[in-house]
Ligand binder design. Structure first.
Ligand code: ZN
Length: 465
C-alpha cells in the first residue's frame, strides 16, 4: 500500500488550507481554501494550483471559512468533477461564504482594472463568479457527524465535531488494516456559546494538526459575557454608542447569544441592538435551521423556553441601506454589530467614520486583526486613522476582548493530542500557523511524549505507509 501526504497551503501561514492524501493512487483533497493577506501575492497564489485539478478524485471539506473552502469554485472551473463531502451546516455556510467571496472578487477585479495592477494587457478577471459557486454546490454530498461514508473502495471517512464554527468537522480516514489518519481542520475551544465543544478524535497513526495559537493562551471564556456587559454599561452611562466590528458568521451569532442572555438576566441597561449586515442576517438564518449543531444547554435554554435564540425584543436586523444610514441620525445610546470583522470593507466603515471621533463611544474589538488592516490600527490606538480616504481622529474608547476566539490555544492542542494513544501515534504534521507558533507547538508536543512532529513544507511529499 502506498500512502502519501502532501500539503499545498496553510504551511507556515494561516490561510489557503489545501492538503492532499493519496492512497494507492486515489487522490483526496482536504479543504481548498483561499490565500488571504497582501492582495497581489495572495492573488497569484490563489490563481495557481500546484497540481492538476482534473487528477483529484474527491474533496473532503472541514468547514465553511473562506480560507478552507473558497477555492472550490475555481477548482471545479478548472476541471475537478468529483464529490465534495461536508456536514450539512458546512455546505450551507460554505455556500454563503463562497457567494459573498464571488461578489468581493468582482469588486476587487474592478479595482485591479482601475488601478491597472496588471497593466493594459488584458482586462483582469475575478477568480470565480456566482455561476461557478452554484455549479460547485451541485457537487456536495452532506453527511452528519459520526456517519461513516466511503470515499473510495477501501477508504472510509467519518466526521467528528471540531467545535470551531457551525458544522466544523475533523475528518478521520480509515484506509483499511487498522490504518488511520486524522485532520483537525480548525480546532475550536471548549465552552464557546451555541455550538458543541470539540470532540476528542479517536487515536490515529498520523494527525495533521492546526497550530494557529501554538504558543498562546486565551483568557477564560467565562469572562466574555461579564466583560461585554461591563463595557456596554459604561458606554451607555456616558450616553455613547457601542460599535462592534464582527465576522458575520459565528462571531456575530455568539455576540447575539451573549446579549440575549444578558437581556434575559436583566443585566443590560435598556438599549437597542442593531445587527447591521445582510451577510450576518443570512448566516443567522442558517444557524436557526441547524439545531443539530447546538450544544444541549442552548437547546434546553432557548429552543424550549424562548423558541428563537437569535431574536428578542430589543434586537433588530438591518438589511437595507437606507435603514443602515438612518442609524447615524439617532443620537441615543445603542449597540451596533456590523461587518467586516477586520474593518476592511462593508457597513462597519460608515459606523466607524460617524462614531470614532466622539469620546463617549466605544469600539469593541472581538476578533483577530491582521496587519495592515484598519482594525489593527484601531487596536494599536493610532491617533488618526484613514476611512474612505479621509483622516479621522480616534477619540472613541477602544476595548479589546480577547475571550472571543474560535481556535484552540496551545494548552487545548496539547491536551487534545495528549489524550491520544501516543504509542500508536507515529507522527503529528503541523500546519496552519505562523513560524513561531509552529516551532513552539512542536516543542510542546515532543515535550508530552509525541514521537515525531513535522512542520509541513509546501508541496513536499511525505510517505505515510
Ligand atoms: Zn476556520
Amino acid at each position: 500500500m502506498a500512502v502519501k501526504f502532501i500539503s499545498y497551503g496553510a504551511n507556515r501561514e494561516v490561510t489557503g488550507s489545501n492538503h492532499l492524501l493519496e492512497v494507492d493512487g486515489t487522490r483526496i483533497l482536504i479543504d481548498c481554501g483561499m490565500f488571504q493577506g497582501k492582495r497581489v501575492i495572495a492573488e497569484q497564489k490563489n490563481r495557481e494550483f500546484l497540481y492538476d485539478p482534473t487528477t483529484i478524485d474527491t474533496v473532503v471539506l472541514t468547514h465553511g471559512h473562506c480560507d478552507h473552502s473558497c477555492r472550490l469554485p475555481y477548482l471545479a472551473a478548472n476541471g475537478f468533477k468529483g464529490n465534495i463531502y461536508a456536514t450539512p451546516a458546512t455546505r450551507d455556510i460554505a455556500g454563503l461564504i463562497m457567494s459573498d467571496t464571488a461578489h468581493i472578487q468582482e469588486k476587487d477585479a474592478e479595482w485591479m482594472r482601475k488601478k491597472k495592477i496588471y497593466g493594459d494587457k488584458e482586462p483582469f478577471q475575478p477568480l470565480f463568479g456566482i455561476k461557478d459557486v452554484i455549479k460547485v454546490l451541485e457537487q456536495f454530498i452532506t453527511l452528519n457527524y459520526h456517519r461513516e461514508f466511503t470515499v473510495a473502495d477501501s477508504i472510509k471517512c467519518t466526521f467528528f465535531n471540531a467545535g470551531h464554527i457551525l458544522g466544523s468537522a475533523m475528518p478521520l480516514f480509515d484506509i483499511g488494516g487498522g490504518r488511520t489518519i486524522g485532520f483537525t481542520g480548525d480546532l475550536g475551544r471548549k465552552g464557546t456559546p451555541i455550538i458543541h465543544d470539540p470532540e476528542q478524535l479517536p487515536s490515529v497513526d498520523y494527525l495533521v494538526c492546526e497550530a494557529t495559537y501554538g504558543n498562546r493562551l486565551h483568557d477564560p471564556i467565562e469572562d466574555a459575557c461579564r466583560q461585554l456587559c461591563e463595557v456596554i454599561r459604561e458606554t451607555v452611562e456616558r450616553g455613547g454608542k457601542v460599535i462592534i466590528p464582527a465576522f458575520a458568521v459565528e462571531r456575530t451569532q455568539d455576540l447575539i447569544y451573549y446579549l440575549h442572555q444578558l437581556v434575559n438576566a436583566k443585566k443590560l441597561p435598556k438599549v437597542e441592538i442593531y445587527v447591521d449586515s445582510p451577510m450576518a442576517f443570512n448566516a443567522t438564518s442558517i444557524f436557526r435551521v441547524h439545531q443539530e449543531c447546538f450544544d444541549e444547554s442552548v437547546r434546553e435554554e432557548f429552543l424550549i423556553q424562548d423558541k428563537n435564540p437569535f431574536g428578542f425584543e430589543t434586537l433588530h436586523y438591518i438589511t437595507n441601506v437606507s435603514e443602515s444610514k438612518q442609524l447615524n441620525e439617532k443620537k441615543e445610546p445603542m449597540i451596533i454589530i456590523s461587518s467586516s470583522g477586520m474593518c476592511e470593507a462593508g457597513r462597519i466603515l460608515h459606523h466607524l467614520k460617524n462614531n470614532i471621533e466622539d469620546p463617549k463611544n466605544t469600539v469593541v474589538i472581538v476578533g483577530f486583526m491582521a496587519e495592515d488592516t484598519l482594525g489593527r490600527k484601531i487596536v494599536e490606538r493610532q491617533p488618526e486613522v484613514k476611512i474612505f480616504g479621509q483622516m479621522y481622529n480616534l477619540r472613541a474608547r477602544v476595548k479589546i476582548l480577547n475571550t472571543f476566539s474560535a481556535h484552540a490555544d496551545s494548552n487545548d492542542i496539547k491536551e487534545f493530542v495528549g489524550k491520544m494513544d501516543l504509542k500508536k501515534l507515529k507522527k503529528v504534521f503541523l500546519v496552519h500557523g505562523e513560524d513561531e507558533e509552529l516551532v513552539k507547538m512542536k516543542e510542546h508536543l515532543l515535550g508530552i511524549g509525541v514521537k515525531a512532529v513535522e512542520i509541513v513544507e509546501t508541496a513536499k511529499e511525505y510517505q505515510l505507509y
